[in-house]
Design a protein around this ligand. Sequence first.
Ligand code: AKG
Ligand code: FE2
Length: 372
Amino acid sequence: MTRFTSAELEDALSRMERFKGSESISSDSVEFGLGPTVPTFKKTSMSLSNFASVWARGEPLVVTDCVLQGRWTPEDLSRRHGTTKVKIVDCQTNSQTNSTLSQFFETFAEDPATRHTILKLKDWPPNDRLEDVLPDLYRAFEKGVPFPDYTTADGIYNLASHFPHHGVRPDLGPKMYIAHGTSNLPSEDCRGSTRLHLDLTSAVNLALYAGKTIDGAPGYALWHLFPPSSLGRVRDYIRKDVDSKSTGDPIHNQETYLTPSMLHVLAEEYGVTPYTIHQYPGQAVFIPAGCAHQVSNQADAIKIACDFISAENLDCTAQVWRELRVQRLVSQYGDDVLQLESCLWHAWNSLSGIREELEAEGMSRTPPDRAI
Ligand SMILES: O=C(O)CCC(=O)C(=O)O
Ligand SMILES: [Fe+2]
């Protein structure tokens, strides 16, 4: 834990210091550049300091050429874990059924044009940790995920990594997203693979596999991401025009998928244009905390993702955490799974300890070579 430069260490501590005051910030007060282009980099040509400076802007980014060791196709997963019992969710209706992994993957071989239901796996593995169920995929992910110092459970820039190992740590994954493509549906009827929502932490999501689209082209996942500065307007639009009957927060209730015509109204009448990403296999999407997002797979797809907490986006994590606390109080449902305050307490202790150590040594350590 001594690879923070002293400037970064001060920065991380001062962000936590601000959090201690717990002053509420409205999502609109967090200013970010809004733009349709997402910075995209090849993994091997982006250094850690490049990443850190792009990430500090609070925008999503894509890292390409992330190849994991091993084969992670539907056939491979089905052969090795086919008998595992799984819960399947209908993406259109949210209804759930029980099945096995191999039964679900058999549907990947069907002609998508003849499908009547768009299905996805609900949280897999559901109760066990991926490292216990698929240790080789877990290891391949830890090795192949871009910028592990930020993204993995013991990454030094991941503030959640300072949690004591013997305590109950927040579950940051990795977890898998395995779902059918949605493109056989008329686009205005589509409810997406994952509806509009906000995650508590930042995350990196890597596509491992995509089948072909209906017209035989290479498949991809279509992402729309909305920066924190736009969320007030997105909520107004959904409340007014889309989901006026529903109560609660229009993003946290995860009931809306914004179709092309809704996105058009949002752009024309509310001045909101999301970042749009076409994520192909081997590409990792970095989602900063505070960016609402929705995903619609354009072909059957397998992705793997993990959460992390970075000092750069701490204000946004804190904002979403406060919103979800209100949502929990209103709905009387859910737990504080992140334990943000204890996370930061442990990070604060551990980083302050490092600062003291460095001060005792007269800050004599040389800054790290941050190139990957
Ligand atoms: O791929 C998906 O369907 C959803 C991914 C997502 O929301 C995430 O990684 O945070
Ligand atoms: Fe998400």
